[in-house]
Design a protein around this ligand. Structure first.
Ligand SMILES: *[C@@H]1O[C@H](CO)[C@@H](O)[C@H](O)[C@H]1NC(C)=O
Ligand SMILES: *[C@@H]1O[C@H](CO)[C@@H](O)[C@H](O)[C@H]1NC(C)=O
Ligand SMILES: *[C@@H]1O[C@H](CO)[C@@H](O)[C@H](O)[C@H]1NC(C)=O
Length: 461
């Protein structure tokens, strides 16, 4: 198996103090529209603030927009070599379309990219990390296939402006996660309740958009810019509850419905959706009385167009589940179509996130499954990490990076859109308007690991 590890370090972390009052949540700050156009998270956090646990918004967040030079210095001090960050579509194209490019947005990312390169840090850029311009949501958002073309137009602006210096691109981050924003109205923006339909339509547009962007790079940019284009997909390992063939198949379906839905069209030899996905959604759709399958179809030309559109796979891996054969919930839904009921073993060590238990052996099994299924593609670990409730002395995170992760010695942390669970290795004081950063214990340990390329002696068993 061939894989590379890549570390990303982001800075959304500890909250000090109490909630801000409701006025500041429902009122957009005075300069709100100056920096960028509104996106679907601005709309959700302002119009439906009850959907965020602490009613916080993303208006300022950790304010890397103003403090990026300090963040670059923190990265450099840690010895970080690659920094993954996301570009906000609405900051570049305020209405989502390429007729109106926001020069202030281009300038901000230029300054960030230049500062990283000056400090010997390679930028890895995610083009889409869930913040769709509101104007495109007004057209229906991802279920509308025209977005595959609009995303290509947005990508052209990025390659033209930044591709001379950015050599690692990720088209999308975790489409598996944001497809669910079209399957229920319970929290992820845009929170549209069309389960088993809007989620599949989203996947279909996203796969075509990814391929459009990859082919665009091939046609117009690769020769001169010599970069690489991939996609960041997330998956949990699924361990069968028993050795029975039914449970083993249930976990195989879990892989195909969650990873294969995106990876099979792009990375497999035959392209298209996994056959088990097509067969089950088509059959359920028919028995539920739909004339047209809820899963859209690729034409043979599209299958060939999407096939092989990768230079690497970005993998976001955190945890594992236990799976068994079974169906629950109301039709239609992707979960019913999958027919796998999942849980987690209470023996696995916990984090602050209900879904995240520490299962390092699951990581190894997942990498083997991928290598086997897709002919050993190059893999970057684009996310991995541990959440707690905040605090600078993050002993459990230190353990996660050291003794609990024997397989990959250097792993990565991430930020999160759910502001109450804290990822990240620097604490940010969100109440202080200057958003001061404090390295946590884990930042010190990772600095040591980056320097020595080893787990420090004191953490070895
Ligand atoms: C904010 O709004 C929520 C729900 O609308 C309400 O329960 C809460 O008391 C309000 N808080 C303040 C400080 O006004
Ligand atoms: C996908 O691409 C691979 C590698 O170029 C090729 O061998 C295979 O035949 C293609 N499959 C389809 C269905 O186009
Ligand atoms: C951090 O917390 C752990 C356990 O909670 C404690 O043993 C350790 O001494 C603390 N370290 C520092 C630097 O405060």
């Amino acid at each position: 198996m061939r894989f590379q590890t890549l570390c990303l370090v982001v800075f959304v972390t500890t909250v000090f103090g109490d909630d801000v009052d409701n006025d500041t949540l429902v009122t957009f700050p005075d300069d709100f529209k100056l920096g960028k156009g509104p996106n679907i998270w601005d709309t959700l956090t302002h119009e439906r603030p009850h959907l965020v646990v602490d009613r916080s918004t993303g208006d300022v967040a950790d304010d890397s927009y103003h403090l990026y030079l300090e963040d670059v210095r923190l990265l450099k001090d840690m010895g970080v070599k690659v920094y993954r960050f996301s570009i906000s579509w609405a900051r570049i194209l305020p209405e989502g379309h390429d007729n109106n490019v926001n020069e202030a947005g281009i300038e901000y990312y230029n300054k960030l990219i230049d500062a990283l390169l000056r400090n010997g840090i390679e930028p890895m850029v995610t083009m889409y990390h869930w913040d769709l311009p509101q104007k495109l949501q007004d057209l229906g958002g991802w279920p509308n296939r025209i977005l595959a073309k609009y995303a290509e137009n947005y990508a052209r602006v990025l390659f033209s402006n930044f591709g001379d210096r950015v050599k690692q691109w990720l088209t999308f981050n975790e489409p598996l996660t944001f497809m669910d924003a079209y399957a229920s109205d319970t929290g992820m923006a845009p929170s549209v309740d069309t389960p088993g339909i809007g989620d599949y339509l989203t996947a279909h547009t996203v796969i075509l958009a990814h391929a459009n962007i990859y082919r665009l790079y091939e046609r117009e940019f690769r020769e001169e810019q010599q970069g690489q284009v991939g996609i960041a997909l997330n998956i949990h390992w699924c361990e069968p509850e028993t050795g029975s063939p039914k449970d083993v198949e249930a976990c195989e379906r879990y892989q195909q419905f969650n990873l294969g839905i995106y990876a099979h069209p792009i990375f497999s030899e035959n392209g298209d959706y996994p056959s088990v996905l097509k067969a089950r959604v088509d059959a359920n759709s028919a028995s539920e009385g739909y004339t047209t399958s809820r899963l859209p179809k690729f034409t043979p030309e599209e299958v060939a167009f999407v096939n092989g559109t990768y230079d690497f796979l970005g993998l976001n891996f955190y945890t594992a589940v236990v799976g068994r054969d079974g169906v629950e919930g109301e039709p239609p839904s992707r979960y019913r179509d999958m027919g796998t009921i999942t849980s987690q073993d209470p023996e696995w060590p916990e984090s602050a996130s209900s879904w995240l238990r520490v299962v390092p052996w699951g990581f190894r099994k997942e990498l083997n499954w991928i290598a086997n299924e897709y002919g050993n593609p190059p893999i970057f670990i684009t996310e991995n990490g541990f959440s707690d409730y905040g605090g600078v002395n993050d002993t459990n995170r230190v353990l996660y990076y050291t003794s609990r992760n024997p397989f990959l010695s250097i792993l990565c942390s991430k930020d999160t859109c759910y502001f109450s669970e804290r990822f990240g290795i620097h604490a940010v004081n969100f109440i202080d308007p200057s958003r001061p950063r404090t390295p946590k214990e884990s930042a010190r340990v990772l600095t040591e690991i980056f320097k020595t390329r080893q787990i420090p002696e004191r953490f070895r068993d």
